[in-house]
Write a protein that binds this ligand. Structure first.
Ligand SMILES: *Cc1c(COP(=O)(O)O)cnc(C)c1O
Length: 486
């Protein structure tokens, strides 16, 4: 299996070669030269597999240059009931991503698939825990080191830190806006005492943190000397690790491959739902892929109109589902590549237009950049949007009717999912975080605290380890240099 860039200018590479890479050198995103396919006989055989065994069957189709014994061992130590132990009361942790049926009725059935039972209580652990083990393995093989530099407003940073803590050959330098994260998110990151994890609280906002990361990454000499890397949402291995739970969800909700299911995905950067698209391209019988957005509706606009329009910071809202507060949907480039039938030249033109004019238009209307919007439905994509009032109402409704507390992102998903239910086609809503992480909105909706998983009760009281720093690139560089060998 070889990988190519969506912009077409790089030589084919192996899975291990792109594992530690972010963007391809031509600025594009990596994709397999062609998607592996799955037969009905394979699907049947996979029905009875554990999550880890299923993950191995899928990932061996993509990571063909890692010896199978090694790959299997890495996957087996990742997807265990001990790592994904934070299941809601009544759910079975050994199933890693258990399904819970909310409704079965004339309009079809509505299910939740729990993806947030990992150490940081958000779905990013599903891929990031595997990435931690894959990175450690690959670095050891090449006798190499990696210093991960990132900026976070919450979920990504903590998932990366919990995946990389204690890993040989890896350090994490994570920038966050000082005093701007929730008490829970701050405690989750800053209470880590592992010597390879460095929390840098920047006196500024999230954009200042992100600007510093960009400035450091653009200093190519420093980047090479200090072996700086990233694990952002465009990393291919993160996307492909997420393909597994779409298969798991399908196989758990059906008894025969004649059946179809739909998925609704609370979406921001299009990383999660991109994995659903890949599962569908591999032959998984998915009917609809429903992209649910919050007030930051870049994706909803595209899937309703064919117009992709990046938002300016002044029109990017801070909402109560903050992990979906995005101004552009980085991974959509992977879908556009498939929508254009792999025409890298046209794709490059479109994404240049994103940089120069803020977007492109595939609606087919006079003056637009193409008419491929007409083909979007063939890929199963539809979309909808949800607001703060919808989240609060949905959280209240689910608590009242089912006795379950869901988080704000999942609430966006559920609200939108209801618009696309069909008789005979189970609708699976991906639960992307546990409510304890976003307690402020749970209190607003329910007048009570969200349930806290065992072990998280006194997290805010633990000693914290972090460095407060001015929003200055040189200060961050000096800090990194001092901790990476002088
Ligand atoms: C990151 C995140 C999302 C958005 O996922 P994308 O892959 O960026 O679309 C949704 N919900 C939660 C809780 C998240 O942490």
């Amino acid at each position: 299996m070889h990988y190519v860039s969506t912009r077409g200018h790089t030589a084919a590479q192996t899975f291990s070669e792109i594992l530690l890479a972010g963007l391809a050198p031509d600025g594009g995103l990596y994709l397999p030269a062609e998607y592996p396919t799955v037969t009905s006989a394979e699907l049947d055989a996979w029905r009875k597999l554990s999550y880890a065994d299923l993950a191995f069957e899928i990932l061996r189709k993509f990571a063909t240059d890692i010896p199978e014994g090694d790959l299997k061992a890495l996957i087996s130590k990742t997807y265990t009931a001990e790592v994904y132990c934070n299941a809601r009361a009544g759910d079975d942790a050994s199933r890693i991503t258990p399904l819970c049926t909310l409704e079965e009725g004339k309009q079809g059935s509505l299910l939740l698939q729990a993806l947030s039972n990992g150490p940081t209580l958000a779905f990013k652990d599903m891929a990031m825990q595997l990435i931690g083990n894959l990175f450690e393995y690959t670095l050891a093989k090449n006798n190499a080191e990696l210093n991960i530099l990132g900026a976070t407003s919450g979920d990504t940073g903590s998932a990366a830190e919990y995946a990389m803590r204690g890993k040989k050959g890896i350090r994490v330098f994570m920038l966050s806006p000082h005093g701007k994260m929730s008490a829970f998110q701050t405690a989750q990151m800053f209470s880590l005492q592992d010597p390879n994890i460095f929390n840098i609280a920047v006196k500024g906002v999230f954009d200042d943190c992100q600007d510093i990361v960009k400035a450091v990454s653009n200093d190519h000499a420093f980047k090479a000397a200090r072996k700086i890397g990233t694990v952002n949402s465009i990393n291919w291995a993160r996307v492909v690790a997420q393909v597994v739970y779409y298969f798991r969800g399908y196989l758990s909700a059906t008894t025969s491959n004649e059946q179809k299911v739909s998925f609704t995905v609370p979406s921001g950067n299009f990383g999660n739902i991109c994995a659903g698209h890949i599962a569908r391209m591999m032959g998984l019988p998915i009917d609809q892929l429903v992209a649910a957005t919050n007030e930051n509706d870049v994706l909803d606009e595209f899937f309703r109109t064919g117009v992709y329009r990046v938002r300016k910071s002044a029109e990017t809202w801070h909402t109560s589902s903050p992990s979906m507060d995005i101004s552009k949907a980085s991974n959509i480039e992977r879908f556009i590549y498939d929508l254009l039938d792999g025409d890298a030249e046209r794709l490059t033109k479109l994404f240049h237009k994103v940089e120069t004019q803020g977007g492109f238009d595939l609606s087919g209307k006079p003056g637009s950049d193409g008419d491929e919007f007409a083909k979007v439905k063939q890929f199963g994509f539809v979309s909808g949007k949800s607001t703060h009032a919808d989240r609060v109402a949905t959280i209240q409704d689910v608590k009242a009717r089912h006795g379950i507390v869901i988080d704000t992102h999942t609430a966006d998903g559920l609200k939108v999912a209801r618009q696309f239910m069909k008789p005979g086609v189970p609708m699976i809503v991906l639960e992307t975080a546990l409510p304890a992480k976003f307690n402020e909105t749970i209190r607003e909706a329910l007048g009570e605290d969200a349930p806290r998983p065992v072990g998280f009760e006194h997290m805010e009281e633990l000693p914290q380890r972090f460095e407060v720093m001015e929003a200055k690139v040189d200060a961050v560089k000096k800090f990194i240099a001092e901790r990476t060998g002088g």
